[in-house]
Design a protein around this ligand. Sequence first.
Ligand SMILES: [Fe+2]
Length: 315
Amino acid sequence: MSDEWYTRLVQSGRLSVTLAEKRRSKESPDVAVAQPSGASRGLLASHLSDHVKLIRSLIKMSGLSKRGHNNARRIRINELSIDIPQLPESFHGFKLMHLSDLHLDMAPDIADVIAARVQPIAADATVITGDFRAATAGPVAPTVAAFEKVLPHLPRPVYAVLGNHDSLQVAAGLENLGLRLLFNEHVLMQRDNAQIAIVGVDDPHFFQTDDLDAALVGIPHGVPKILLAHSPEIYADAERSGIDFMLAGHTHGGQICLPGGYPVIVNADCPRRYCRGFWRHEQLRGYTSVGTGSSVVDVRFNCPPEIALHTLVAA
Ligand SMILES: [Fe+2]
């Protein structure tokens, strides 16, 4: 990350100096050796690394590794529709492709698998709700190089937020490729004379550098607001702030689930009903992706990875 990029980030107000420094103080050195768990801030906390090793051994011993590995590469396309109150007529039918938790450095083939899956999908915009990376320390170049393979295949414009596995170093690399990250800020999308706001907040889970109030400043009254947040944990704040539709990820839907899709672990500080698929909290509707990639262990069971294709519908 160049000093120039960091200075521009904070001077522009995209991320306040206080939150940027809070983030930097919690980030692992980007030149350090990767932590033994490989991805300790994600599905499992670092102190659970022994459990991760145990899970890996159990999967290996069970003979299910190959099946789980293949499951992690069978990405489902979930075509969904969502009513948005006060959606302008010109945005009726607008298609938003939603990816999350790519964890592109998890395996060398993941970027190609995702690129091939998104390539034929037609949409009006793409949003990504964080966790580009699996490792939480060490060089970021493999993640940036992998995203460079995916980006040309994504419907433009592309907006994204960072997750708990992502550092400012990886953010700088992704923005150099042309990705528009939303720290605590918004963009307005225009069609004819109407607008919708895509609002983004920084990671509310591990870094806790989200500032939804700051992200909302300047949105004209009456413009529908779609929030991108890495984790659904801020659902109550989002509802209080008048967000119309919230998109999140982080939980992986459990990634390794019991038959019937019941997750063993979701690692989010909120009720399980917010941790997968559609949910509602009072006036707020939300959708939590089970993730497009995988982390910690490169397998999935009873929880296929997904790309969600949300069609916005005027209510
Ligand atoms: Fe993740």
